[in-house]
Design a protein around this ligand. Structure first.
Ligand code: GTP
Ligand code: MG
Length: 205
């Protein structure tokens, strides 16, 4: 089932510190993942907009926490800065880490975390740390294995099964490709279940 409200996403604000975040109200879903994993591309595909979130060949480009509001302004998507980019100075990396951690741990309106992972190398130690932060506060978590177009069908399915096994209980996962527009419906469905829980069909796994 399509979740057309996502297509109304509009850039709202970028922030580096909590004082600059929009009010902690409504319902937010955040997108996290390693630098260059494909977070911004994924957001653009589900919003069906070419340049909503900035996509870059240079890893580490998204350095701020970017908020996008949907037409119903109580609903927001959040593009978190990518982590794990070696060329970023250590002090800056530590600062981002603290910001992301603070965001994940304290943001009351956060309804779920979408973990974007390159399907060719998912579940890195940093990915696991992010997940630990989210799970520590019982945040629902959906792992999106993107760039699936880089893998054969066989390897895609093997990866999906492997990640499904490794994920903590209750977490869900799927394959995705921004390039081939693969997996949009499945992700729509997950986001809808978090953002409009009353409108969604009962969960079937
Ligand atoms: N083949 C393929 N390439 C992709 C896909 N998604 C993203 N890319 C490419 O991967 C690179 C990084 O994509 P971004 O969406 O900017 O990644 P990001 O996670 O937002 O990166 P940061 O903002 O640096 O953290 C770009 O060159 C994209 O074109 C995909 O599904 N398939
Ligand atoms: Mg980005």
């Amino acid at each position: 089932m399509a979740f057309n409200l996502l297509r109304t996403a509009k850039y709202q604000i970028s922030a580096t510190k909590p004082q600059n975040f929009p009010a902690d109200e409504g319902v937010e879903v955040a997108f996290a993942g390693r630098s260059n994993a494909g977070k911004s591309s994924c957001l653009n595909v589900i919003a069906n907009q070419r340049a909503l979130a900035r996509v870059s060949k240079t890893p580490g480009r998204t350095q701020m926490i970017n908020f996008f509001s949907l037409q119903d302004e109580q609903l927001k998507l959040v593009d978190l800065p990518g982590y794990g980019y070696a060329k970023v100075p250590v002090a800056m990396r530590a600062n981002w880490g603290r910001n992301i951690q603070a965001f994940l741990e304290n943001r009351r309106c956060l309804a779920g975390l979408v973990m974007i992972m390159d399907s060719r190398h998912p579940m890195s130690p940093l990915d696991q740390q992010m997940m630990d932060w989210a799970l520590a506060r019982q945040l629902p978590l959906h792992a999106v294995l993107t760039k699936a177009d880089k893998l054969s069908r066989n390897v895609q399915n093997q990866t999906l099964m492997k990640v499904r096994k490794e994920l903590p209980e209750g977490c869900t996962t799927q394959l995705f490709s921004a390039l081939k527009r693969q997996g949009i419906e499945e992700l729509d469905e997950r986001l809808k279940s978090w953002m409009l829980p009353d409108a969604s069909a009962p969960e079937t796994e």
